[in-house]
Design a protein around this ligand. Sequence first.
Ligand code: DGL
Length: 277
Amino acid sequence: MDNKVSSIGVFDSGFGGLTVFKSIAEKLPQYNYIYLGDNARSPYGDHSFETVYQYTLECVEWLFEHGCPLVILACNTASAKALRSIQQLDLPKRYPNHRVLGVIRPTAEIIGDFTKTQNIGVMGTRGTINSNSYPIEISHFFPTLKVHQQSCPMWVPIIENGEHLGEGADFFVKKYVQQLLEKSPDIDCILLACTHYPLLIPKIKEQLPKQIQVLSQGEIVANSLADYLERHPEIEQKVAKQAKKTFYTSGDINTFNAHASVFLGEEIEAQKMIANH
Ligand code: DGL
């Protein structure tokens, strides 16, 4: 373990979680954080349940090992495919004092407040959409709300390759937005259920009528974390408050630094993740 003090761990398959991390660090700047991007194995969107669970668990255990009593899965795909197993199988047996939280539940809890028509669109990776996690989770809180889903498998690769502002992105943004809108004329709110997608917001908005609202998860997850820490002083008290942010990637450090600064709006110097085993 090279970090002696405790931090809040923030995990994503790659860069996308940085959009959530940015909001968390703005809302709760006092805490120490470790961000881990599994860039060497991203994108996760098309991997099986077993693979996403195995990769996510390895990264979560690495963050535990590096002094994080609490880890946020800032990735919808990992939240959809790995969170439940980690919470129900791994934590009780092997890590009873650690906590792992995802991004789907906090979003589902409040999504109904953003629609007048009771029709929302959810855009995500194939993994997130095919898991049906959003319709299932939302139905617990807003049983009458209609959820129209659209998978957007090309968006993460476009963003991870730094092409989100380029002309090449226009084709696939238009394609998936139109496919979603064809599902219902009543959609008045679209949730970007992938932490990469906020980088495409300007292009997504170009394809939408003004009355349709676009919602991303950064602020929602940050507010929910603030609330969680208030309700769980036993975890909150473990986290060091030196406002220190450390970044790790399983991929290439230089590539990560260059891309991450785009997601985060600040220069960073990442370190290489050396696997536990
Ligand atoms: N950013 C991740 C999410 O929120 C997915 C990216 C990937 O496919 O790896 O779903």
